[in-house]
Design a protein around this ligand. Structure first.
Ligand code: PMP
Length: 430
């Protein structure tokens, strides 16, 4: 497989775009080598600028649950664009979309549309602070909520350690307001809430983590967190940017029976266009300007083209059998990866919920940040490149989720598992 055109483009890109990419993880730093540039996607398949074809298990990091260029979404986009791409004024489709979102995710009584997941999480935190009058937030180690300042904080060694900025440019005074706890550890949350609960506006969590690779919540963990939040008057914010409309039509909150105070969404809800949303309890959302004093705005918010794509996507997901099919495909891949790794003598742990999946290169269970960090990233890098060579595009990092789309059929599953057989064998022989 040749990548001459991709390499030439990457060389040009590096001269004019920081790191050659418009979002860091695209640059293959986690696996080595140069990124692949794509020119086309159709259904489950991607074609790169050199003409190589791949089964896509990234799906643009989650949005493409229906596959690339899904015809009803493309039609909806074209039809909306012909009527004008933006008005900066209300349109009927926004109202219809808000009604559809509230009907699909019952904890969301009122919703505000934005243009990305980061905008949604940043706004949700501001609203939580504005509503409670408290300044601290709690997040969980290894969870990612976008590139907003309050989230670029990593855990110190102890759970009570105050946040340290993870990136230059985030003032330490702001980072200090972000507390962190390990995922899947309720006692740690209890300790933090007992000490500081009265000053904490909200706890924000990925219900199923995708951003440390897939971490599965232990039975009772999310329900326990919700109960602790209620006890301490801390708002429970579910970041469903990855899980919304993916794990169930009503998201992880439907799957696990949760009722968050606020929910953030993006990715699938926008059908592959730049669209995010945050919403929740009516009394909390009443704080958002112009109904209330908490300011948040966007020139392209509720953009009619993005709304048309989102509407087409969310409506398509109502088809009977959607989520049982995703579960079936996910299970085939999970069992297939595990069997091929075992046959090749390569120790792995496969974590999966529905159509989100990660093959960790470690024999140990992976359930939090510390256990995920034990995975052998060099081995993952070799596996990634072997899979790429065989025509399978995986997320270029051990610490990201692979996403299954509805465009994948039995032939694609067979293609992926045949590639995995070769890739694991090459690792086993090394
Ligand atoms: N929250 C979660 C859980 C995410 O996975 C992401 C992006 N991967 C974000 C927020 C940020 O979304 P965006 O990239 O659309 O800003």
């Amino acid at each position: 497989m040749k990548h001459a055109q991709s390499q030439a483009l990457f060389a040009r890109a590096q001269a004019r775009i920081p790191g050659g990419v418009n979002s860091p993880v695209r640059a293959f730093r986690g696996v080595g080598g140069d990124p692949v540039f794509f020119k086309e996607g159709s259904g489950a398949w991607l074609t790169d600028v050199d003409g190589n074809r791949y089964v896509d298990l990234v799906g643009s990091w989650g949005p493409l649950i229906l596959g690339h260029a899904y015809p009803p979404i493309v039609e909806a986009i074209l039809e909306a664009a012909r009527r004008g791409t933006t008005f900066g004024a209300p349109v009927a489709a926004e109202v219809e979309f808000a009604e559809l979102l509230c009907a699909t995710v019952p904890s969301v009584e009122k919703v505000r549309l934005v243009s990305s997941g980061t905008e949604a999480t940043v706004a949700a935190i501001r609203v939580a602070r504005g509503f409670t009058g408290r300044d601290y937030i709690l997040k969980f180690e290894g969870c990612f909520h976008g590139a907003g300042d309050p989230f670029l904080v990593k855990a110190g060694s102890g759970v009570e350690t105050l946040g340290l900025p993870d990136s230059p440019g985030v003032p330490s005074a702001l980072a200090a307001l972000t507390l962190t706890a390990p995922f899947n550890d309720l006692e740690a949350v209890e300790r933090i809430f007992n000490e500081k609960g009265k000053d904490i506006a909200c706890a924000i969590i990925e219900p199923v983590v995708g951003n440390m690779g897939v971490l599965v919540p232990r039975p009772g963990y999310l329900e326990g967190l919700q109960a602790l939040c209620q006890k301490h008057g801390v708002l429970f914010v579910l970041d469903e940017v990855m899980t919304g409309f993916r794990l169930a039509r009503g998201g992880a909150q439907e799957l696990y029976g949760l009722k968050p105070d606020l929910t953030t969404m993006a990715k699938v809800v926008g059908g592959g266009m730049p669209l995010g949303a945050y919403g929740g309890r009516r009394d909390i959302m009443a704080k958002v300007a112009p109904e209330g004093p908490v300011y948040q705005s966007g020139t392209l918010s509720g953009n009619p083209v993005a709304v048309a794509a989102g509407m087409a996507c969310v409506k398509a997901l109502a088809a009977p059998g959607t989520y049982s099919r995703l579960e079936h495909l996910g299970l085939l891949l999970e069992e297939g990866f595990r069997a091929e790794a075992k046959a090749a003598g390569v120790p792995v742990t496969v974590n999966r919920v529905g159509s989100m999946l990660t093959v960790f290169f470690t024999a140990e269970p992976v359930f939090d940040y510390a256990s995920a960090k034990k995975a052998d990233t060099a081995k993952f890098g070799r596996f990634f490149h072997a899979m790429l060579q065989e025509g399978v595009y995986l997320p270029p990092s051990q610490f990201e989720a692979a996403f299954v789309s509805l465009a994948i059929g039995e032939p694609e599953v067979a293609h992926v598992l045949a590639a995995a057989r070769k890739a694991f064998r090459a690792l086993g022989d090394a």
